[in-house]
Design a protein around this ligand. Structure first.
Ligand code: AMP
Length: 299
């Protein structure tokens, strides 16, 4: 089953306690697509400028990522700058240069319109809505967002959430969106808006999965090497949706396993900058780490 993603393809300039990198490949759709491609083929929708290097494009093309929906426009590629202190759970945004995103409108190639699995990655919520209008008969619609959009366009973010089956959000954003300190109450409020499930990511502390009936907690795997957490959330979403698409079912046990596969992919991503760790990842590594997650909480 092919997964459609709309989001950003970006240059990131990132500072962490372990280094500073300029204009490395980033973006919510990039991280999502690369991670998802270990499980299922991906149709990508985004925009870049004419300055987007062929080497970055080739990196994505080497995996099963269809770039027919990646528009190339005159101007510069979206550029995000962020930094992290020793507590790497939250990025501090230093700049957001929207550039070609400023007047971007997603136009889905006809072959994308019947995609069954949709991930609305972090992007202006108006654009997320525009994508949904062009989709014919989706089986699963999952969405993500970020603090910037909750601050600037909360009502549109809520309009998107009403159309989702699953919202993936981090703990700080869940609190910001709902005004609730308790993540349980925050999740209940989000579920009232419409989604059947909500996944609350807690950075290095794992993730919580809520439905109206159950709560599932995935641990954070204690890692020796954490270099750059950028894209961890999108990489999580890639493993999560990719696994559901691969299995072709959205049962309670598949959803729990998907939360662990998402956590596995995110745990690799933070070990290096950009896609540098995922680039060298083998399927065996994924399975081994899945088992580590299992034994971590077996009692
Ligand atoms: P994450 O660390 O998973 O929350 O996502 C980080 C990625 O989001 C980076 O690679 C950025 O390029 C991208 N990003 C940051 N701000 C925005 C924004 N306002 N819209 C779309 N993508 C963004």
């Amino acid at each position: 089953m092919t997964v459609l993603v709309v989001g950003s393809v970006a240059f990131d300039t990132v500072t962490t306690p372990f280094g500073h990198k300029e204009k490395i490949l980033g973006g919510s759709a990039t991280y999502f697509a690369y991670s998802c491609s270990f499980f299922a083929p991906v149709n990508l929708v985004a925009v870049v400028g004419e300055d987007f290097p062929p080497s970055y494009r080739e990196l994505l093309e080497k995996r099963e990522i269809n770039l027919e929906g990646l528009q190339v426009r005159p101007g510069e590629t979206f550029h995000w700058g962020g930094s992290y202190k020793y507590d790497m759970n939250e990025a501090e945004t230093e700049f957001t240069d929207l550039n070609v995103f400023e007047d971007f409108h997603p136009d889905l190639p006809p072959s994308y319109r019947s995609s069954e699995y949709i991930l609305l990655a972090n992007i202006d919520p108006h654009l997320q809505l525009e994508v949904l209008e062009q989709i014919e008969n989706p089986r699963l619609v999952v969405g993500d967002t970020m603090n910037l959009w909750i601050e600037l366009k909360k009502e549109t973010v809520q309009e998107v959430i009403r159309k989702l089956q699953i919202l993936i959000i981090n703990d700080a954003e869940a609190r910001q969106l709902t005004g609730e300190v308790s993540l349980k109450k925050a999740a209940a409020r989000i579920l009232k808006l419409g989604p059947e499930y909500v996944v609350v990511k807690k950075g290095e502390h794992g993730a919580l999965f809520f439905s109206r009936r159950e709560t599932f907690s995935a641990p954070g795997l204690p890692l020796e090497t954490v270099v750059d957490p950028t894209g961890a959330g999108d990489t999580f979403a890639g493993g999560f949706v990719g696994y559901l698409a691969k299995m072709g079912e959205i049962s309670p046990s598949a959803l729990r396993q998907a939360v662990i596969y998402g956590s596995v992919m995110a745990s690799f991503n933070v070990e290096d900058f950009s896609l540098d760790r995922l680039k060298n990842l083998q399927w065996d590594d994924i399975i081994r780490r899945y088992q580590e997650f299992k034994s971590l909480t077996l009692f």
